[in-house]
Design a protein around this ligand. Structure first.
Ligand code: ADP
Length: 600
């Protein structure tokens, strides 16, 4: 049985009371018995001494026994008169007739002591009476004989008093025990109530509730309560700091582009971040699952095994998922000995692609530059070597020189544009632009070229139609598209610039440049906006093209928040379209005007 604090306190106090009561009973009994026997001794001595004159003055020695009886009756003690030789002369407790049968009393210790030192005392069982007796002996001198007067009384009287006293002590102790029990119950109840209150508060603190101060300042329990509160505050601080740390780490992990997977010593996944979930493409949460179930790649698994043995590894792997290959840089690091490891997967597919693009770009630029530069060089050399003075061919070479220098200049200017746009040095500032007026300016700037090629140019744009765009950038976009349409369509073709508003939650404006030239074959359409991509490289170069125009168009349009694409015109030709952010309600307005227009 488990005892509560109240039960234990109660038991302790009962044990304490019993111990005190029994110790004091034993001590009291001992003291009382000593005191009582002392008193009996004194009393016996007084009786004996007081009886001496009667003994010493008695006339008839043969009367000693009667004298002893008288004295015994007067003193309420057993009086024995013993001759110096040990013979009993008289005894109040023994009949006269029996005296001769008594043994020699000369060897009794009190008799020996009385004769030797004038007083004798002894406590022992009486051989005559067979009970415990207290003996006091004093010597007497009678004219006829000397002897010892002995007074004795049974110790049973003392025993009776002592046992009565013991009984009283026990009754007192029992009463004390009852009182003390009640009081200890009160005291322990009081204490345990405060302890229980303290326990309740500790539980509330553990559950994270705020608790007021325990009433009753000053005692140890209140002190314990204060310590608990301080502990609780300190714990709260520590927990708060840990939580902040954890939140920070989580934010860092979640914000990381790299996928992170941590495992414990048994290779069970303990942590994954968002990037890892996306990369591993798992449906269920991988936490708690074996790493081998979550990551199938054998090289990563092997690297983790090495890392768990304390050896960090870095490896590059290709992972194909849903037909797409991703290049991953994987770093596997062990945690502290035996505590697991961390796998960090960095998707470098984009980096690799950019690297390839950069390499291709450099190669393309060099290639593009090489032709005009070598033509210029060749022509300059030919001129120097005499053609300069050839009135027929000289001007032809100079003309070729000029054309290639212009081509070079166009190329450099387009490259600079691309580089400025890509490095963010071509900031676009969108404003509301009237498209009709802008298209008219563009067409005017291309008019000369169109006129030379006999190409018809038309603009079909509502005067009021507006878009959100950077006028300079949009101008460049349209010039490129219209120039291309004129350049790549055969002489005598027809080019149209149109625009319309598209209503909806995200209003847009769609601009189209339509021509009836050769068009863009379907297989080239996806790549036509790439740098240096040409459908017909010979024709492009012949027309002075750099292969960068559409790439610049795409960049500018996307910087203005728009989109660009190419489609097919009917019955033939290309439709290059640009969609830009529009203004609300323009589409409805256009429809209304359309409805009001008289049928022709
Ligand atoms: P370029 O400087 O060669 O014109 P662009 O980037 O402007 O470079 O155009 C890329 C290629 O797209 C051109 O070389 C040409 O083959 C093709 N192209 C562009 N516009 C048209 C068009 N309207 N009709 C037919 N082909 C076109």
């Amino acid at each position: 049985m488990r005892l509560g604090i109240r039960g234990r306190l109660f038991l302790v106090s009962v044990a304490l009371i019993l111990a005190v009561a029994s110790t004091s009973a034993v001590y009291l009994e001992f003291e009382l018995r000593r005191w009582f026997e002392g008193r009996l001794e004194d009393e016996l001595l007084a009786h004996a001494t007081a009886s001496l004159p009667a003994v010493e003055s008695t006339a008839d020695v043969g009367d000693f026994d009667r004298l002893a009886d008288r004295l015994g009756a007067a003193t309420d003690a057993r009086i024995t008169l013993i001759a110096a030789d040990g013979r009993v002369l008289g005894d109040s407790a023994v009949a006269h007739a029996d005296l001769p049968g008594l043994d020699d009393h000369g060897d009794r210790p009190e008799v020996i002591a009385a004769l030797a030192r004038g007083r004798g005392l002894s406590r022992r069982a009486s051989t005559t009476l067979g009970t415990d007796m207290l003996y006091v002996a004093v010597p007497f001198t009678h004219p006829t004989r000397a002897g010892v007067l002995r007074a004795a009384t049974p110790l049973a009287a003392a025993d009776g008093t002592v046992s009565r006293m013991r009984f009283l002590v026990m009754v007192g102790s029992a009463l004390g025990l009852i009182v003390a029990t009640i009081m200890s119950l009160f005291a322990s109840d009081l204490l345990s109530r405060r302890l229980r209150a303290l326990l309740d508060r500790a539980r509330a603190m553990a559950d994270g509730h705020a608790v007021p101060e325990l009433p009753g300042k000053g005692d140890e329990i209140a002190g314990l309560d204060r310590s608990l509160r301080r502990l609780d505050d300190a714990l709260e601080d520590v927990v708060g700091t840990l939580a902040r740390e954890r939140d920070r780490s989580e934010a860092v992990l979640e914000g990381m582009e790299e996928a992170v997977v941590a495992v414990d010593g048994h290779k069970q996944v303990t942590l994954v971040n968002r990037a890892a979930l996306a990369l591993l493409d798992t449906e269920a949460s991988p936490i708690g699952r074996p790493f081998t179930e979550v990551v199938q790649n054998a090289r990563i698994r092997a690297a983790l095994d090495r890392a768990l043995a304390g050896e960090p590894r870095t490896l590059q792997i290709d992972m194909t998922r849903a037909g797409e290959t991703r290049h991953l840089l994987v770093r596997v690091t062990p945690q502290r000995a035996g505590e697991g490891g961390v796998v960090v997967l960095h998707d470098v597919t984009r980096l690799r692609r950019l690297e390839t693009m950069r390499r291709d770009f450099v190669a393309n630029v060099s290639h593009e530059l090489r032709t005009p530069v070598s033509v210029i060089r060749l022509n300059a050399e030919t001129l120097r070597d005499g053609a300069m003075h050839d009135p027929k061919n000289g001007p032809r070479f100079v003309e070729a020189l000029l054309r290639n220098a212009e081509r070079l200049s166009d190329l450099i200017s387009d490259l600079l544009d691309i580089s400025r746009i890509e490095s963010g040095q071509y900031p676009v500032h969108t404003e509301t632009v009237r498209l009709g007026a802008l298209a008219a300016r563009v067409v005017a700037s291309v008019y000369q070229l169109a006129h030379e090629r006999g190409t018809g140019l038309e603009v079909h744009i509502d005067d009021a139609l507006e878009a959100r765009a950077d006028p300079k950038a949009l101008d460049q976009v349209l010039v490129n598209l219209v120039q291309n349409a004129v350049k790549y369509s055969p002489p005598g073709s027809h080019v149209e610039v149109r625009a319309e508003a598209i209503d909806g939650p995200d209003p847009r404006v769609r601009l189209e440049v339509r021509d009836d030239g050769p068009g863009i074959p379907a297989e080239h359409r996806a790549r036509i906006f790439e740098r240096f991509y040409r459908v017909d490289a010979g024709r492009s170069k012949h027309m002075g093209g750099t292969g960068l125009g559409l790439s610049i168009v795409k960049h500018l349009v996307s910087n203005m928040g728009g989109a660009v694409g190419v489609g097919e015109n009917t019955p033939k030709g290309a439709v290059f379209w640009v969609e830009l952010p529009g203004l609300e309600g323009q589409g409805l307005e256009a429809q209304r005007l359309e409805g009001q227009r008289p049928a022709s």
